[in-house]
Design a protein around this ligand. Structure first.
Ligand SMILES: *Cc1c(COP(=O)(O)O)cnc(C)c1O
Length: 388
């Protein structure tokens, strides 16, 4: 008898481009603007809060399944104060091992084999794998450049909905394009979800990283959406502690119960002491959040200007800490080949968009750079890119 192939549902998801590019960065001594994590840690007083929790014996043993009450209350307060969204910390908030686990648990809980899941392409890399693990079929709706931003074609989204569609998986602010969905776009998505009775799972991990006149609006605030939306966020990007892996979900008791039933067999619980520290972080004064934004906006502009001067077409992002470029003005069209050669050519590592698409050709000329790095690192990268 023939053994079935190993890991067949995930066969397409081998090693990621990130591993390849990080290895290239090391072997060539390049500036690594591929990986999306900060090269400085978050606030000292929050790190101290984690140390204190460990020393005081808070969270060193399995914390409660839904998360420690201090963090659930802080999340509920955050949603109410920032967005006017009222959630009961006892029944409508769930703490997870980062947004990554929240996404996996939500999809495993809510998607039945054969269900279709609409997701914005280019995708964050875990979405396609999690939809596959849930036995779902992914249906991409592609964000396309229009003027200076990548935009969602609302007609295409509407046409993508079928009788098998179970949910729409949203991500705003959007990695990798830097697009922040507008009030009009979100209203249209919400109206469609209500009309077709769809769930929405929304990944809002960059909710605090929005620039200029852009505004982050949770889709759960739109009419008819609170009862059908699973909102996901996490501490990693907002507080520059990506290694702590503290995330959370807010939704109705029924949806939280479903997501929790999957979550309890993934990690059960995680990050006990860090949960207490993140509860404190969520209560940092507004100056922390505006300071983070201002710092990243200056870094965005430094890198965007440098890339433009080096000949790239730059989509200056409205949110996230990623910046997308089009390499065609450089006489290039294949982002994968370009990114493989870039470390040798000028000592900088970036990520080709193509890996985030089902239809790779759609993403071929686009390349993503991360700007969540120290100013001197970005200045060094800009100098290197000028030699292109
Ligand atoms: C970084 C990232 C995540 C993962 O968040 P964690 O809290 O580190 O698990 C999820 N979604 C998007 C879009 C991200 O960029």
């Amino acid at each position: 008898m023939k053994r079935p192939p190993l890991n067949s549902r995930l066969a397409a998801f081998g090693t990621t481009i990130f591993a390849e590019m990080s290895a290239l960065a090391v072997s060539t001594g390049s500036v690594n603007l591929g990986q999306g994590f900060p090269d400085t840690d978050g606030p000292d007083r929050i790190a101290e809060a984690a140390v204190r929790a460990i020393r005081d014996g808070r969270g060193n043993q399995y914390p409660p399944g839904p998360g420690v009450p201090e963090l659930r209350t802080a999340v509920a307060d955050h949603q109410r104060e920032r967005y006017g969204l009222v959630y009961d910390p006892d029944t409508e908030v769930l703490v997870t091992a980062g947004a990554t686990e929240a996404i996996a648990a939500a999809l495993l809980a809510l998607v039945e084999p054969g269900d279709e899941v609409i997701a914005l392409e280019p995708y964050y890399d875990s979405y396609a794998a999690c939809i596959a693990m849930a036995g779902g079929t992914r249906v991409p709706v592609t964000l396309r450049p229009h003027g200076d931003r990548f935009v969602l074609d609302l007609d295409e989204l509407r046409d993508a909905v079928t009788d098998r569609t179970r949910l729409i998986l949203l991500n705003t602010p959007h990695n990798p394009t830097g697009t922040v969905l507008t009030r009009e776009e979100l209203a249209a998505i919400a109206a469609l979800a209500v009309e077709r009775d769809l769930l929405v799972v929304t990944d809002e991990v960059y909710e605090h990283l929005v620039f200029d006149t852009a505004e982050h609006l949770p889709i759960a605030t739109f009419p008819g959406m609170r009862e059908r939306t699973v909102t996901i966020s996490s501490a990693g990007k907002t507080f520059s502690f990506t290694g702590w892996k503290v995330g959370w979900v807010t939704a109705t008791p029924e949806l939280i119960t479903a997501v929790r039933s999957a979550k309890q067999y993934l990690t059960y619980v995680s990050a006990g002491p860090f949960q207490y520290a993140v509860a404190e972080a969520l209560r940092l004064p507004d100056t922390y959040f505006t300071g983070l934004r201002d710092d990243l906006r200056a870094k965005r502009d430094l890198l965007a200007d440098g890339l433009a001067q080096a000949g790239f077409a730059v989509f200056r992002p409205q949110g996230t800490y990623f910046l997308t470029t089009d390499i065609r003005p450089l006489g290039e069209s294949d982002g994968i080949a370009f990114c493989r050669a870039l470390p040798e050519r000028c000592g900088v590592v970036a990520i080709p968009h193509a890996v985030f698409y089902d239809h790779r050709e759609q993403g071929a000329p686009f390349v993503r750079f991360a700007f969540c790095k120290r100013t001197e690192v970005l200045q060094d990268a800009v100098k290197r890119l000028a030699s292109l």
